[in-house]
Design a protein around this ligand. Structure first.
Ligand code: BTN
Length: 272
């Protein structure tokens, strides 16, 4: 969509974002781009160039939005939120991947604050009304001294309508607008997300993922469901049994003798 056709009441510019944020807000920037290839790529590059913890990168559109497992993230202009948060967390490298779960809980908090019930599908998806409304992609750089930086990328379908989705996504993807029956100002949703992330991040640093696990448990989309899990070593069906305090999926493989803790993997399918 040409820039002049964007509803200027829904513009995501630095002024608009700053006005929507709480006073005394700790985030840096935001860097607001009309169009870029990927806000995660931009934020990773800024991190390598010493941008500080708390830098926020937002784009109105992405030409090569990155999804998990090498997939693309559909990123048309004027509709959705594409945001990346640059973090320099003081945690051991092994704990850093949990920040994607922290972001999931914060995203659900934010979405519910604007009036849309949300659930969380391990590891990194937000569901509304049984369909995917958002995804999270965490990228990390670490070395012998530990974590250098983590970039948390969030793609949230805000004002997409059913007809805006390509045929293969209709019936599986949704948006806040579809669920609520009204449009949202994207900067308001972004401000709620940044607020919520600040709160949840502080909880995580204070007490680990266990201290915000309640926020996951009450919205757990998979708990008790039969799921097809892919993980290192193969794939297979079993039953999801919530997350443990470290954020691992508790998974009982079909025919298996005991619940296993799965730290990384992908849910390929689930029973509705
Ligand atoms: C997923 O596969 O579900 C994760 C999608 C993450 C997309 C977001 S959009 C903002 C940020 N920049 C990217 O290139 N990807 C993430």
């Amino acid at each position: 969509m040409p820039r002049h056709e964007i509803d200027m009441g829904d513009r995501i510019g630095e002024r608009e974002v700053r006005e929507a944020l709480r006073p005394g807000f700790p985030w840096i920037g935001p860097v607001c781009l009309d169009v870029t290839d990927s806000t995660n790529r931009v934020a990773m590059e800024m991190a390598e160039n010493h941008a500080p913890h708390g830098t926020v990168v937002v784009a109105d559109a992405q030409t090569a939005g990155r999804g998990r497992m090498g997939r693309r993230w559909m990123s048309p202009a004027g509709k959705n939120l594409y945001v990346s948060l640059l973090l320099r967390p003081p945690v051991p490298t092994a704990d850093a991947p949990r920040l994607a779960l922290v972001a999931g809980v914060a995203l659900a908090d934010a979405v519910e604050t604007v009036g849309v019930p949300a659930s969380l599908k391990w590891p990194n998806d937000l569901y509304c009304g049984g369909r995917k409304a958002a995804g999270i992609l965490a990228e990390m750089a670490s070395g012998p001294d530990g974590v250098r930086h983590v970039v948390i990328g969030v793609g949230l379908n805000v004002n997409m309508e059913e007809a805006d989705f390509p045929p293969d996504l209709r019936g599986v993807a949704t948006s806040l607008r579809i669920r609520a029956g009204r449009a949202f100002r994207r900067v308001d949703v972004l401000a709620r997300l940044l607020d919520a992330f600040g709160t949840r991040y502080a909880e995580f640093l204070g007490g680990g993922f266990g201290s915000l696990r309640d926020g996951w448990d009450r919205r757990d989309f998979l708990r008790g469901r039969r799921v097809l899990l892919r993980r290192q070593g193969g794939e297979g069906w079993g039953t999801a049994d919530g997350l443990d305090t470290g954020g691992a999926l508790r998974f009982l493989p079909d025919g298996g003798p005991a619940i296993e803790s799965v730290h990384s993997g992908e849910i390929l399918d689930f029973m509705r």
